[in-house]
Design a binder for this molecule. Structure first.
Ligand code: OKP
Ligand code: ZN
Length: 344
């Protein structure tokens, strides 16, 4: 198995996010990817390779050009305004305020394009997120070229980023870019299975009206968990996409037996869809010791999860998303991959 990885992930190293009303060190830190890299290497789970350069126009297959231009220029505009800390937004719209035009100022645009205060833009953000996207697209190319499985060790993660918004530690939607690249390479139907603890609201928004991409997500119920405003079971798709979005929200405290039941339900829907390829948004923040999450999966759950996903028997790209219990993140990721590879 090829493992695509870039050192450039380290260029995203935000100082702080708002947690319980205090500015705290970012959970989404470079050490995460280093732990995963070390564990995949020590378990001998594949060959590491660098990403290919981003193809011209690849990001615009998913993201709005004005949003991309904003992300690319945001740090320079912020620092030109004399700010030295990370760029964070300070306010958002409520009902009755306008969505139909973007403000001109950097502060206004940070608010316009974001949905949380946990996703700092730094001097290295654009380089890191474009590198993370390249990691995903290179993995998609490997799977499109016939690999049964590939691992894109993306960081920063991507599943909260939408067509024209960032948030939840995500800027560009790596998994969605990979799905689109597989479609563009000839796959007629692609399933996107999101097992990160948080609902992949960006992925859902991107594919909500489409019947060529099935989105299936298991996550903490948005009644209690971030991102709060999307991820309910009654969101089933719209227009041509009706029936091609499956949300499986689960209660706080969910352990492996109930998780497995829900996963088997999601996998049955994917089998029924008969995709030519599968992309997995692989978050390991369902782990019992995750500091920001409330599921109770054990390390031993992950080989079984990997095996169940591999049982789909489709070419599969594994795309790294969340997981913040850094001491266990590498091992849990390696265990998922080991379980997967016992089947494939
Ligand atoms: C990104 B991914 C913690 C607040 C957390 C953002 C969570 C983003 C998770 N007190 N807010 O889905 O792992
Ligand atoms: Zn998550």
């Amino acid at each position: 198995m090829d493992i695509v990885f870039s050192e450039k992930h380290g260029l995203q190293d935000g100082r702080a996010e708002l947690v319980n009303g205090e500015l705290k060190p970012c959970f989404e830190a470079p050490v995460r990817a280093e732990m995963v890299r070390a564990a995949l290497a020590s378990h001998d789970l594949g060959r590491f390779r660098d990403p290919d350069p981003l193809p011209e126009g690849a990001l615009a297959r998913i993201h709005d050009p004005a949003f991309l231009a904003f992300l690319e220029g945001a740090w320079d505009r912020w620092s030109a305004a004399g700010r030295t800390w990370d760029a964070l937004p300070l306010n958002w719209r409520a009902k009755g305020m306008r969505f139909d035009r973007a403000p001109d100022s950097i502060d206004g645009q940070l608010s316009h394009y974001s949905f949380d205060a946990g996703t700092p833009i730094t001097a290295g953000t654009w380089a890191a997120v474009t590198s993370s996207a390249a990691v995903a697209l290179t993995g998609a190319g490997l799977v499109a070229g016939g690999a049964p499985v590939a691992f894109s060790l993306c960081r920063p993660p991507g599943h909260h980023a939408g067509t024209a918004f960032y948030g939840g530690y995500c800027f560009l939607n790596n998994a969605a870019l990979a799905v689109q690249a597989l479609r563009d390479a000839g796959a007629e139907r692609v399933a996107l299975l999101d097992v990160d603890y948080h609902h992949g609201n960006g992925s859902q928004e991107i594919f909500y009206g489409r019947d060529d991409v099935l989105f299936v997500s298991l996550h903490g119920d948005p009644m209690f968990e971030f991102p709060f405003f999307l991820g309910h079971a009654d969101e089933t798709g719209e227009g041509a996409g009706e029936g091609f979005n499956l949300n499986l929200p689960l209660p706080a405290g969910t352990g492996w037996p109930d998780y497995r039941t829900a996963l088997e339900h999601g996998l049955a829907r994917i089998r029924d869809f008969a995709p030519d390829a599968v992309v997995v948004s692989l978050g390991l923040d369902t782990f019992k010791a995750d500091p920001i999450s409330q599921f109770k999966l054990e390390s031993e759950s992950y080989p079984e999860m990997g095996g169940l996903v591999a049982g789909l028997g489709r070419p599969t790209l594994l795309v790294m998303e969340g997981g913040y219990a850094v001491d266990d993140l590498g091992l849990n990721t390696a265990r998922f991959v080991e379980g997967f590879r016992q089947v494939v």
